[in-house]
Write a protein that binds this ligand. Structure first.
Ligand SMILES: C[C@H](O)[C@H](O)[C@H]1CNC2=NC(N)=NC(=O)C2=N1
Length: 179
């Protein structure tokens, strides 16, 4: 007879025999399943826990998410409150209100003008891959500023935070002036 309540070593989730029956592989005897069951359930449960953890991480780590197409009709800018909630996830960036348009802004000093253009190329390739694009400024030959906002709605959406988080993961150190 199958164990009526199985305490799982990983999560101590009590399972009733009715729940266990769905696990019974076709044609195997109950005794055999009882033997297999702890491993089977433990594996599936640890995967569930791992997936849950990964989901939790990915929803926390914006750089693992993907930008979505900006369809004007169903897009509205997030509130300043929402933007402030997401801001800690991109600590290197500042939240600015530029004439009523909320944007993310970050500055760098590059080695020289051409390194600035190379810097833009690396960022540009990422933007093209994401289908979401930053405003790139190269001023006074070595001052780079990137501003990110969603033009389709005239403000900030999650795309902008995702792009900022991804830019922060790019290998840009070689273009930068030593501090
Ligand atoms: C369909 C596609 O998502 C749009 O054309 C994209 C392209 N890149 C974009 N980038 C930014 N920053 N804002 C947009 O509204 C935008 N729209």
């Amino acid at each position: 007879m199958l164990p009526t309540r199985l305490l799982l070593p990983l999560a101590y989730v009590p399972l009733k025999s009715s729940q266990l029956s769905c696990l019974r592989p076709y044609g195997r005897s109950s005794a055999h399943v009882a033997e297999l069951l702890p491993d089977l359930v433990e594996i599936s449960l640890s995967r569930a826990i791992l997936n849950g953890f990964r989901t939790f991480c990915s929803s926390q780590d914006l750089s693992l998410k993907k930008c979505v197409p900006c369809k004007r009709k169903d897009l509205s800018p997030m509130t300043e409150g929402n933007a402030s909630e997401l801001k800690p996830k991109v600590p290197e960036w500042e939240l600015v209100n530029d004439g009523g348009i909320m944007k993310l802004r970050r500055n760098w000093k590059v080695k020289n003008f051409l390194q600035g253009l190379e810097f833009f190329k690396v960022v540009g390739d990422l933007a093209e891959a994401e289908g979401h694009h930053p405003d790139l400024h190269l001023v006074g030959w070595n001052n780079v500023t990137i501003e990110i906002w969603t033009h389709a709605c005239g403000g900030l959406t999650e795309n902008d935070f995702i792009l900022a988080a991804k830019i922060d993961k790019l290998p840009l150190e070689s273009f930068l002036r030593r501090k």
